[in-house]
Structures are given as C-alpha cells and as structure tokens.
Design a protein around this ligand. Structure first.
Ligand code: TYC
Length: 101
C-alpha cells in the first residue's frame, strides 16, 4: 500500500514526435514592385504592414528572407499560392521552401 506512494517513477512517457518544420522563403528579383510584395505578404501570410515591409526590405537587400515557418505541406501550399498570385499579376516573384535545421 505505502509501496505505491514511495515508489520512484521510472516509467518513460513517450511524447509524439513533433512534425519537422519548413521555412517559406521570399526571394528578391529586379522587377516586382515593392508595394506588390508587401500587399501579397499581408494577404497570404497575414502579417501586419510593418512586418511585411521589413520582410520585403530584407529580401530586397540580402537576396532572400524567411517569411514564416509551417509544417511541410502548409509551407509548400503557401509558397505555391503566393508564387501563383504573383504570376497572375505578371510578376516573377518567387517563394521557396526548405526544412528548418
Ligand atoms: N527588388 C524589387 C524592386 O526593386 C523589390 C522586391 C523586394 C522584389 C523583395 C522581390 O522579394 C522581393 N522593385
């Protein structure tokens, strides 16, 4: 009886593995207008204006910027949707994905 109260807990609790996350990356180009990039980031990734501007300017100056991190499927879907949206408007803007380290 008292045995159960004093016994050390040695059971291993297995937690379900977390799904690996993937980054959505915005790539710079010379043709897409800055305002369009900001508008797209706000609409597709639901980031506020100020954050969208920082992401756009980082990609503009450094060549690329991480926009957000999602599960693989969501990251790929978001990158495809955002790239398609740019194409529909005649711009070469590109989003890619890569696994987070
Ligand atoms: N470099 C573009 C310009 O000067 C603007 C731009 C910024 C395009 C970020 C893409 O990911 C990008 N009009």
């Amino acid at each position: 009886m008292a045995d159960t109260d004093t016994k050390k807990r040695t059971d291993t609790v297995l937690k379900p593995a977390k799904p690996p996350l993937h980054k959505v990356i915005l790539l710079n180009d010379d043709y897409t207008p800055r305002e369009f990039v900001v508008r797209l980031l706000k609409a597709e990734f639901r980031v506020p204006e100020a954050q969208a501007s920082v992401i756009m300017l980082t990609a503009h100056t450094k060549g690329a910027c991480v926009v957000a991190v999602f599960t693989k499927e969501i990251a790929e879907e978001k990158a495809t949707r955002a790239t398609d949206f740019a194409r529909q408007h005649g711009f070469p803007l590109l989003f890619s994905t890569e696994p987070e380290e």
